[in-house]
Ligand binder design. Sequence first.
Ligand code: UT7
Length: 325
Amino acid sequence: MTRYARITGTGSCLPPRRLTNADMAALLAARGIETSDDWIIERTGIRARHFVDEGVYASDLAVEAGRHALAAAGITAADIDLIIVATSTPDMVFPSTATIVQHKLGVAGCPAFDVQAVCSGFIYALTVADAMIRAGGVQRALVIGAEVFSRLLDFNDRTTCVLFGDGAGAVVLEAGAEPGILATDIHADGKHTGILCVPGHVSGGEVLGSPLLRMDGQAVFKLAVGVLEQTARTSLEKAGRTAEDIDWLIPHQANIRIMQGTARKLRLDMDKVIVTVDEHGNTSAASIPLALDQGVRSGRIRPGHTLLLEGVGGGFTWGSVLLDF
Ligand code: UT7
C-alpha cells in the first residue's frame, strides 16, 4: 500500500500590532525618509503588516499557529511525532526554535528541528516532513513557518523595511492511504547569496557584520518570476497533472506583481490565487501557511481541492508542493 502525507489541519497567528502604510510613512518621516501609501501599494500590493511587540518571539507565534492547526485536525500535541519549524528568525542561535515550540506545547520526546531556507522554508519543511511520513517512521507531523522579520529590518532603508511583517502558519500532516501531497520540488543556488541576506554573525560575544536585511529587489524579482514558473511546472509534471487541475495557487506572498506574473505564465486567473500580501506583507517562511489557513478558514479552499504551494527566497532557494487537500 502506498503511503501518503495529507494535511488534516491548518492554523495561523498574527501579532495584534498592525501597521498600515500610513503608519510606516510616519515612522520613516520621523527619520527624514520619504515613502507613501501609493508607492507601496502600486509596487508591492501591500497595505498593512503586523509587527510583534518586544518580548515576543517566533516560538510564541509558532505555538499559537500550531495549537490552531492541532485543534483543526482534532488531535493534541501528544499525538504528534515530528515537529519542524521553518524560520530565519529563530528565538536563539541555538537550540532550534522547534525544540522551544515542543516544550511550550507541553510535550517531549518526538524529534524537533528547524529548517532554514528563508522564504522557501515552509516548502522545504513540508518536503522533508512528507518524505519522513512516506518513509514510514512518522505518523503525524506538525509543520510550522514562523517569523519575526521586523527584528531584521533597517528602518533607514525604505527599499526593504516597508515590505516585511511578522506571523506564523502551521499544518498538521498525517500518514494515510490516499494523497495528500502529490509532488514536491525544491532547489537552491548559493551563488545568489548576496542579493538577499542578513550578513552579520555572532563571534566572540559580538555581532560582526550587519544584522539587518539587505536586498537587491530587482535582482530577486527577476529570478523569482522565472523559477516560480519552472518549479510549478515540475511539480505538475511529476504528478501527471496540468495547470488546469489547480484549484488554488498559494504562492509566497512577497509582491502582488510577482504573483500576477506567475499566474499569467501558468494561465491561471487571479481569482484562483490566494492573496494575503495586502494585509500581511512578506512574512517569509510564514507567508504560505498563513495564506493557506486564511483560504481554508474563509471557506474558499475545500476538501478535494488541488493546491499548488510555491516559494522563493534568500539563498537563492525555491520550490513547490502540489497536493490534494
Ligand atoms: O521574500 C523574498 C522575495 N523577495 C521578493 O520577492 C522581493 C522582490 N522585489 C520586489 O518586490 C521589488 O523589486 C521591490 C518592491 C523591492 C521594489 O520595486 P521596484 O519596482 O523594483 O522598484 P525599484 O527598486 O526599481 O525602485 C523604483 C524607485 C526608486 O527611485 P528612483 O531611483 O526611480 O528615483 C527607488 O528609490 O522607487 C524608489 N523607492 C521608493 N519610493 C518610495 C524604493 N523604495 C521606496 C519606498 N517608497 N518605500
